[in-house]
Structure formats: structure tokens, C-alpha cells
Design a protein around this ligand. Structure first.
Ligand SMILES: Nc1ncnc2c1ncn2[C@@H]1O[C@H](COP(=O)(O)OP(=O)(O)OP(=O)(O)O)[C@@H](O)[C@H]1O
Ligand SMILES: Nc1ncnc2c1ncn2[C@@H]1O[C@H](COP(=O)(O)OP(=O)(O)OP(=O)(O)O)[C@@H](O)[C@H]1O
Ligand SMILES: [Mg+2]
Ligand SMILES: [Mg+2]
Lengths: 223, 223
């Protein structure tokens, strides 16, 4: 499970101080499909970055499977993330000098039985784009490479920051199907930010943020 | 008006050839609100880039207000775009070393009466973020800076590549309101790519693309 206790993260000081997360406390059970909703600038990406160990916090604690993520040394944290955490970034974060396939390979590189990269790219409709570089791909194609890369390591926890933002309805549904199958068949914990109501409907739990605070945590659908 | 005649654009050669636009012919009247729909990878961004003179074509002609955009020399084309064309990019394309306000200033820099940058940022809900750099802004905040920058020059034609992709419903509606007002009160021609059905409903004309071809051009709403 993932437990956040009173997590606060601020930027800047004085009158240019931004409180991106303000005393956030949440508990997420293994195998849950959690959707995070909230206005632009409300702290959703910051929440995911801090929850996954990609970013530091200023106050509070984060525990994943009993391990205190917020106090881990860099090496241990990096090793933990590489093995267990998949992340689909809001701005994709693809490596520009690697092809689509190579970007996905990187995702699975440090685990014993990664998914086959080509198969993952086929699954997200990129069969004909595997040897292209990011600058040769459309926005939605880049987003899909980012998704395939996150899946390559068969992560225990998958964090997705608006994974279908650049996709049309059809392709968005296909991606959602993949995420649902991962969650229901393989027990992957999914924590997903979206503005898409159709995706939110699939959640077990819906977390709403506003100005860095958790406004509500609601059960949406039984596990 | 904007006229495309038989526009084709391809990438690569042989069996790695991609036909991004395939014999596209469209006419857009001044003051129209045009929405471009289509699956990921269907050629929408390429259409906008070519239509606005940001990218070259391989076959066909593009005429804006009687001027052949596709045969213009670089200097003339750049001058034309700077004066008349506003562009909201799918990946924002903000200058990283400039603040939000400075990015918007750049947008209006070469016209006689640009909009006030601070006012534009207020209009898109960024009153408290004007002095921040792009890396200090959320995805949706960066997108809104990109919108404000495009509006700064009071363009005759505004091209928007998924301008509300990173925004929640509330903020998306606010942006749409701005675009609608520009179109209805100031006669700005708006050519907008979106996956959002609510935005598509506002269109005078809906253009559907699939695999680089125009599948249909439909009147949606009277001008
Ligand atoms: N430099 C390039 N080299 C090769 N193929 C390219 C290049 N740029 C774009 N393409 C291809 O052209 C096609 C159309 O791209 P475009 O960006 O116009 O699609 P789009 O409709 O905007 O997609 P999305 O909704 O995902 O943003 C895509 O299949 C893309 O892979
Ligand atoms: N390095 C930074 N310095 C200052 N403020 C920051 C920094 N990074 C983020 N912020 C601010 O923290 C707030 C939360 O940002 P975050 O990216 O988490 O929002 P979000 O909910 O993901 O928004 P969106 O839906 O637009 O992606 C925003 O107001 C943003 O401007
Ligand atoms: Mg975000
Ligand atoms: Mg595009």
C-alpha cells in the first residue's frame, strides 16, 4: 500500500511562496485504481511526483510497502523506483536521441522479465512507428511511447499523469483498456491524473485536490 | 480567407515513407471558427503547421488573403506570420529562459498595438504566476501562457493545436469563452484542433482527417 501522512511541499519564500501540497494525507491499498482530479495548478502532478519518490517533500511522511520513501538515500530510492514504479509523464519525457523502441527498452532494462518492447508498441497502435525518433512522432504518438515505456518493467505501481490527454476518444479507450486489464488481471496499483470523466468512472477511489489540499476521497466503485 | 489546393506532405522515402497530408483541399472564410478532428497521427498538427506557413509542403498550394504562402521567401513569410498569425502549439513551445510575462511580451513585440501582457495573463487565470519561469509552472499553466502569447499580437488568424488538452473542464470553458469572443466580436478566424466534443460543438465548420486525408467538411453551425 501507499501511505501519505501530512505531506507538504512548497516552492519559493515570502510573498512568492507557492504551497503545492498542503498537509496531504491519503492511503492507497495494493491493487487499487485511484483517479486524482482537480483544477489546473491544484497540485496533482506534484502529488504524483512526491508519492512516487521522484520529488522530495518538505514535511510529512511517505511509506510504500512499509518502506519510508521520504527518508531513503538516493541510491536506494532510485533502485526502488526502477524496479517497482512505472511513470507516464505529463510531458512524456522521451529521450530524443533514442527511437520509440529504444525508449521502451530503457523502461524495462533493469528487471528480470521485462515485457517485449515491440509487443507493447503494437498494443498502443505504434506498430509502424518503432524506429522513429520522438521529433518524428505526433503528440499522441509520443504519449503512447511514454505509456509503453512505463509498462515495460511490469511495475507494481503505475503512476500516470494525464496519459490520454493527447489522444482521441478511440485511442484513449484502448489505453484505458490496457490499464484496466493490468489492474484487474495483474493487480497493478494505478494512480492516474485525468481531466477525462470517462476514465474517472473506472476508478475504485477518486481523490479531489484544490489548491494543494485534499478536498475529498470518495469510494467510486467496489474493488 | 485560407485556401488549400491539393496539399501533400510526406516524410521519409521508400518503405519508411509517411504521407502526413494526402491531397488536402479546404477553403476557410474570414471569421470562420473551424474545428479539426481526427485520430492521433492523422495529420492534424501537420495541417496546421503547413496552413500557417510554419512548415513547407511537397505538393499543392496555400493562399492566405490572396498571398501564396507556399511560394513566399523566408523573410516575407516570417514577416507575414509575425503580423497576422497567432499559434498555440501542442507542446506550448515556451522560451525556458523567459518568464510567463516575457513569453507573452514576445508574442506582441512586432505589432503596433499589442494587447497588454499582464491583462492577458489575468484573463487566463495566471495573475499570480507572471514572474515564474516555465519549469515553475504546471502543464495547464504552461498551456495558458502559450494561449496568452498567441493572443498578444491580436492576430487575424489564430491556429490552436489542442489548446485545452491540459486544462480541467472549468478552465477549458474559460479559454473557449475567450476564443469565442475573439471570433464573434473581433472577427478573428480560428482554426482549432481538439479531441474535446464540447469545443467541437462551437464550430461553424468541422473538418475530419484520417490518415492524412480530409474525410469530410461539414457545416456545424451558421456563421
Ligand atoms: N518528421 C517526421 N518524420 C516522419 N513522420 C512524421 C514526422 N512528423 C510527423 N510524422 C508523422 O506524420 C503523421 C501525422 O502527424 P501529426 O503530428 O500531424 O498528427 P496529429 O493528427 O497531430 O496527431 P496527434 O493527435 O497525436 O497530435 C504521424 O503519423 C507522424 O508519425
Ligand atoms: N518549481 C516551482 N516553483 C514554483 N511553483 C511551482 C513549481 N513547480 C510547480 N509549481 C506550482 O505548484 C502548483 C501545482 O503544480 P502542479 O504541476 O502539481 O499542478 P497540476 O495540478 O498538475 O496542474 P495541471 O493540471 O495544470 O497539470 C502550480 O500552481 C505551479 O505553478
Ligand atoms: Mg499536471
Ligand atoms: Mg497533433
Amino acid at each position: 500500500g501507499i501511505i501519505l501522512k501530512n505531506v507538504t511541499k512548497t516552492y519559493g519564500e515570502g510573498d512568492v511562496k507557492t504551497t503545492a501540497l498542503d498537509g496531504v494525507s491519503i492511503e492507497i491499498d495494493d491493487g487499487a485504481f485511484v483517479v486524482v482530479l482537480g483544477p489546473s495548478g491544484s497540485g496533482k502532478s506534484t502529488l504524483l511526483n512526491v508519492m512516487s519518490g521522484l520529488d522530495t517533500l518538505d514535511e510529512g511522511e511517505i511509506t510504500i510497502d512499509g518502506a519510508r520513501i521520504d527518508t531513503m538515500k538516493d541510491n536506494a530510492l532510485t533502485a526502488f523506483r526502477r524496479k517497482h514504479v512505472g511513470f507516464v509523464f505529463q510531458q512524456y519525457n522521451l529521450l530524443h536521441t533514442l527511437t520509440a523502441k529504444e525508449n521502451v527498452d530503457i523502461g524495462g532494462r533493469l528487471v528480470d522479465e521485462p515485457h517485449d518492447s515491440e509487443r507493447l508498441l503494437d498494443d498502443v497502435g505504434l506498430a509502424k512507428h518503432k524506429t522513429k525518433y520522438p521529433f518524428q512522432l505526433s503528440g499522441g504518438e509520443q504519449q503512447r511511447v511514454s505509456i509503453a515505456r512505463a509498462l515495460a518493467k511490469r511495475p507494481k505501481v503505475l503512476f500516470c499523469d494525464e496519459p490520454t490527454g493527447a489522444l482521441d476518444e478511440e485511442m484513449g479507450k484502448a489505453v484505458l483498456g490496457i490499464l484496466q486489464r493490468l489492474n484487474e488481471k495483474h493487480g497493478t496499483t494505478v494512480v492516474l491524473i485525468t481531466h477525462n470523466a470517462a476514465i474517472a468512472r473506472l476508478a475504485h477511489i477518486i481523490v479531489r485536490l484544490n489548491s494543494g489540499k485534499v478536498v475529498s476521497v470518495k469510494a467510486n466503485r467496489p474493488v
